[in-house]
Design a binder for this molecule. Sequence first.
Ligand SMILES: C[S@@+](CC[C@H](N)C(=O)[O-])C[C@H]1O[C@@H](n2cnc3c(N)ncnc32)[C@H](O)[C@@H]1O
Length: 415
Amino acid sequence: MTESEAMTRADIVARFDRMARVAQEGRRILDSRPDGAVDEGFGTSGYRDTSGLPDGALRASLGCGDPVGVAEPRPGETVLDLGCGGGLDVLLAARRVGPAGKVYGLDASAEMLELAKANAAEAGVGNVEFLHAAIEDVPLPDAAVDVIVSNYVINLSADKPRVLDEAFRVLRPGGRLVIADVIAEDGLDPDRRAEAERLVGCALGTLTEADYRDLLARAGFSTYTVTRQRAVVGGLHAAITQAHRPDAPPGILIRPMRAADAEQVLAIYQAGLDGGNASFETTAPAWDAFDAGKLPLHRYVAVDAASGQVVGWIAVSPVSGRCVYAGVVENSVYVHPDHGGRGIGLALLNALIESTESAGIWTIQSGVFPENTASLRLHEKAGFRVVGVRHRLGRHHGRWRDVVLIERRSPVVGR
Ligand SMILES: C[S@@+](CC[C@H](N)C(=O)[O-])C[C@H]1O[C@@H](n2cnc3c(N)ncnc32)[C@H](O)[C@@H]1O
């Protein structure tokens, strides 16, 4: 982070420290905002039910939606609130997860956390813990929480991609993220947009729906939706963004493939080719060629959660440059030979299906040697059908081989 960004965050934190003092003095923070600020629809008005919560939490409420109401945390789950402020969403989540669950409230403002702790004490909840930290550097281990909520905070970050990367990292496989935030319409005049952002206090600018979708996909979320809730001012809208991390078998994490994974990915590729039934290729490509041929947003690795070792990967290539085939891709999935039979291939395929459908891709196809019955079974489990057998399609180690053409047509994209 540059010095000016660090200053900006310090300025923002100082501003929220001051706001927390307003609530500590018994006033509603939204009433203390400068003249002309747009407050309608913010704070407690975004919630269905805040009965029984301490006044201090209600006075401090600054959100633009009800992410806990959308995420619906279940008893026993662990929830993280990014930028918890005075703790209203922490208390709502704590009620839902009950004594068997736990809620972390994270905020960079020490004064907001003091307020949140006092509110939690007044509410008599014991299953909460507050973290004085930045949403860009969450002090929790990987895969630590079931649910992440965040209410009108991410627009305040100078490094929004990093916030979503961190959210992905700390979510457990299958975990869900629900963000209430203000977003901008596409194509707004920059001056008009900046003025609207100023009026609603988005000090570091808003994202558009397309920005959110792109950042979520890059972070590795396999499903994501951005739903506008209401117009706010000047082309800005309060929106709820929902995303989830790909599910995985016990002891495995699925995350985006990175250049640093190249050596392990290519070694697994080569091991598959050496088995003789994976592909016509006999030698795995160099990373540059692999990287250039695969779509960047639909590559995942499965890693051992304890060691971080890559145990499988999946990626897709476009089948054609022709416009009509824009939503048709061909997949490759490889699992390390020592880790077969653990459900890793199916988890990778499911992650790919979700991420391609989220991006509007309608068909995934693949060619499989008929002898590779494990791969045919795996793809069938993931909803692929056999299109037909292509006879004597190519020579492999001097022998003509058939290829089974399989495909999965999405039931949700392009119906
Ligand atoms: C608009 S308030 C929303 C608070 C709360 N979510 C609510 O709904 O009332 C934004 C909160 O995010 C915190 N915040 C802003 N930038 C942050 C960052 N980079 N890391 C952690 N917290 C941050 C502020 O201190 C403040 O408490």
